[in-house]
Design a protein around this ligand. Structure first.
Ligand code: AMP
Ligand code: ZN
Ligand code: FE
Ligand code: FE
Length: 283
């Protein structure tokens, strides 16, 4: 069984429609994918519908933007009730914060000599429910200022870049509790990507497991080198965390993250489904 539990569609900052993503996943020989768009479940119904037709299993999810000590942490939520009131209110708040920062980013880019308007960014985003920096990047590409998303991030949009603007994100621990309240399971995405290892230390992960019943960590991810993967695999085993692997596929938006480039072991997937059932969620 080939299982990829972290993918994005055009409903956030991927470049495939949910249907297109499902068709590509089946063609890539995958048996299971989770659709985990940023801060929204909006693409899940379409993906489930397409999955029925191509004989693939889709797990509904989202990648929620949270923070720990001001450091951004992405939390994968699987199996939640997509209509849970408090969770939806929180996701709506995050999406508003995503949109509200865009005019400021446009102003900064314009000051830097790259005139860009909110309307142009919205045009790049199309019908996306969650707007983000990748849509700003796409606009800079479209206007001929940079070659691709990567160059846009390297030169302007990265967290320490000149056009970066912070946005609201809920606390990681509170978001784990919220995911559980909605019947889902919580898995920290790429915990040791970027500066993550400094923030999500073994002690921190242990405390999140003990005090908030964190369910799992993503181990096999392109942001982790071989050493990080083997350390996280051992640590996760010691803490009783489900250890997943996934592509973090974004279509054309993120080279090197092809569907199925990292996989979740069937036994880990079975553990995750069992936990979702225990919480009364939607596996
Ligand atoms: P935002 O959600 O607006 O904070 O933007 C972060 C998103 O940008 C994440 O989903 C990343 O996948 C994406 N991203 C970050 N760095 C890069 C990069 N260098 N190239 C392409 N996408 C990136
Ligand atoms: Zn993304
Ligand atoms: Fe992420
Ligand atoms: Fe992601």
């Amino acid at each position: 069984m080939r299982i990829d539990l972290h993918t994005h569609s055009r409903v956030s900052d991927g470049t495939d429609t949910p249907t297109g993503l499902v068709v590509k996943a089946a063609a890539a020989g995958l048996d299971v994918i989770a659709l985990t768009d940023h801060d929204t479940f909006a693409g899940v119904p379409e993906a489930l519908e397409a999955a029925k037709r191509v004989g693939l299993r889709v797990v509904g999810g989202a990648e929620i933007s949270t923070q720990l000590d001001g450091y951004p942490v992405h939390l994968l939520a699987y199996g939640c009730d997509p209509h849970h009131r408090r969770l939806n209110a929180e996701l709506a708040r995050i999406r508003s914060a995503r949109s509200e920062r865009l005019p400021r980013m446009c102003a900064l880019l314009t000051e830097l000599g790259l005139p860009v308007t909110l309307a142009q960014v919205q045009e790049s985003a199309g019908a996306a429910a969650a707007l983000g920096r990748p849509h700003v990047a796409d606009t800079l590409v479209r206007l001929g200022y940079v070659k691709n998303r990567s160059e846009a991030f390297d030169r302007y949009l990265d967290d320490d870049g000149p056009a970066f603007v912070r946005r609201y994100a809920p606390e990681l621990s509170e978001t784990i509790d919220l995911v559980h309240a909605a019947g889902g399971v919580a898995v920290i995405a790429h915990p040791w990507g970027r500066r993550g290892a400094e923030v999500l230390t073994a002690q921190r992960l242990e405390a999140l497991r003990r005090d908030h019943r964190l369910d799992g960590i993503e181990v096999d991810h392109e942001d982790h080198d071989a050493a990080a993967r083997s350390l996280l695999f051992e640590l996760g085993a010691r803490l009783g965390l489900v250890r997943t692997g996934a592509s973090d596929y974004h279509g054309l938006g993120k080279p090197g993250h092809e569907l199925g480039c990292n996989l979740t072991r069937p036994s880990a997937f079975a553990d995750l489904l069992a936990k979702i059932r225990q919480r009364g969620g939607h596996p």
